[in-house]
Ligand binder design. Structure first.
Ligand SMILES: *Cc1c(COP(=O)(O)O)cnc(C)c1O
Length: 381
């Protein structure tokens, strides 16, 4: 075994003012949801996405659940979700009573394939959930065309990877009627567990505020719109504690530096691994025209599954924690259980078997990135 230090796959982002902000939240006495730091974090996200309002939540999963509640699904209604995504993108809607239609991804961005959406779209569909995989904008231009004649179908962006990325100059997270963010330990900005619901379509605003606040119109009360508040509707306790929002606010305020460093790491990997890729039979992420990525990850697509697994094993032996990604949902146990019908997602299956994610986080040094890239090339040669 090697005596060289381990290179972890992920280490949470930290900001210089993080601990001071957390202490300030403690001392303020307001440690529950809807505090001053939650307001500041939400404002930064709203300013970037152009949202009507941003509600800070306990996770991206809970923000997806909140958006599912807003859909008010009737029996037989469905949601189109990519097969190549995290369980939560689908689970949240299944939990709110929708059946799922699993859609394939397209091979360049690894985002939802608009042609497959067009094939799958029927009268049962109430929402479509694009994911901007790796923080690279999905084919939203084509998706908008497919959905142009279906104003009854809501686009809910699962933007867990995409905050501060853009597509044709428009912010990821600002493209759907609703969008959801994740501040889980593994994301670009993190407070352990956290998330946000980005409300772009104002028609959801009033009800979203009620569902967010345990089914009460407490928010309207604080906005001076009513003189007392009471129970109105379904909902849950979705709010992010201000202790967590404090650390997150510190990171969001340093977004330029954090995203800048991630871009450098991405570009260093691309410069080292791009040129020999063709000859060795693998590919690096494609950034189609008009996209500024959110620099969430760096992945490789190997020629076949055995090569991927061998590379994973050999990187681990060399102290480098690379990893695979999603097992396609359409072929999972939960997917079978909640699917409206069986669908074919061959690209998802193929990509899942060939994809490897390299270490990617703000604590990597240039030397670490060199070492990872060198080891990848040694193994493949
Ligand atoms: C991380 C992630 C989620 C879940 O985020 P949580 O904040 O952990 O609930 C959902 N969707 C995608 C695409 C993710 O990467």
């Amino acid at each position: 075994m090697t005596s060289r230090p381990q290179i972890p796959f992920n280490l949470p982002t930290r900001a210089a003012t993080e601990l001071a902000y957390v202490a300030q939240a403690f001392e303020s006495g307001h440690t529950s949801a809807s505090g001053e730091f939650a307001r500041r974090a939400a404002q930064i996200i709203a300013d970037d996405t152009g949202a009507a309002e941003v509600l800070m939540t306990t996770s991206c999963t809970s923000a997806l659940e909140l958006s599912g509640m807003l859909m008010d699904f009737q029996p037989g209604e469905t949601v189109i979700v990519p097969s190549f995504t995290f369980s939560a993108s689908a689970l949240a809607f299944a939990r709110e009573g929708a059946r799922l239609i699993f859609c394939d991804i397209e091979p360049e961005t690894l985002g939802l394939d608009p042609n497959h959406v067009a094939e799958l779209l029927d009268d049962s569909v109430r929402a479509v959930v694009p994911v901007h995989y790796a923080g690279i904008g999905a084919r939203m231009e084509a998706l908008d065309e497919v959905l142009a004649r279906r104003p009854d179908v809501a686009v809910i962006e699962d933007n867990a990877h995409g905050l501060f990325g853009t597509l044709n100059g428009r912010p990821l997270g600002g493209l759907g009627a609703l969008a959801t963010q994740s501040f889980h330990e593994t994301k670009n900005f993190s407070c352990g567990e956290g998330g946000a619901l980005v409300i772009n379509d104002e028609s959801y605003l009033d009800r979203a505020r009620v569902l967010y606040d345990k089914g009460t119109n407490r928010r309207a009360f604080f906005l001076g719109q009513v003189d007392k508040y009471s129970w109105r509707d379904t909902g849950s306790s979705f709010g992010l504690s201000d202790l967590l929002a404090a650390g997150l606010t510190a990171q969001l305020e340093e977004r330029k530096a954090i995203q800048g460093r991630r871009q450098e790491i991405f570009e260093q990997y691309a410069a080292l691994l791009g040129p020999p890729a063709d000859e060795l039979g693998f590919t690096i992420p494609v950034v189609p025209a008009g996209r500024e990525p959110a620099w969430h990850m760096f992945y490789l697509l190997l020629p076949d599954n055995p090569t991927r697994d061998r590379l994973l094993a050999e990187l681990r032996e060399n102290g480098i924690q690379a990893t695979f990604h999603y097992v396609p949902l359409h072929s999972s146990k939960g997917g079978h259980r909640f699917a409206a019908r069986e669908t074919d997602c061959p690209v998802s299956t193929d990509v899942s078997g060939r994809l490897i994610r390299l270490p990617f986080h703000n604590h990597l040094s240039d030397g670490d990135v060199d070492r990872v890239a060198d080891t990848v090339l040694e193994v493949l040669r």
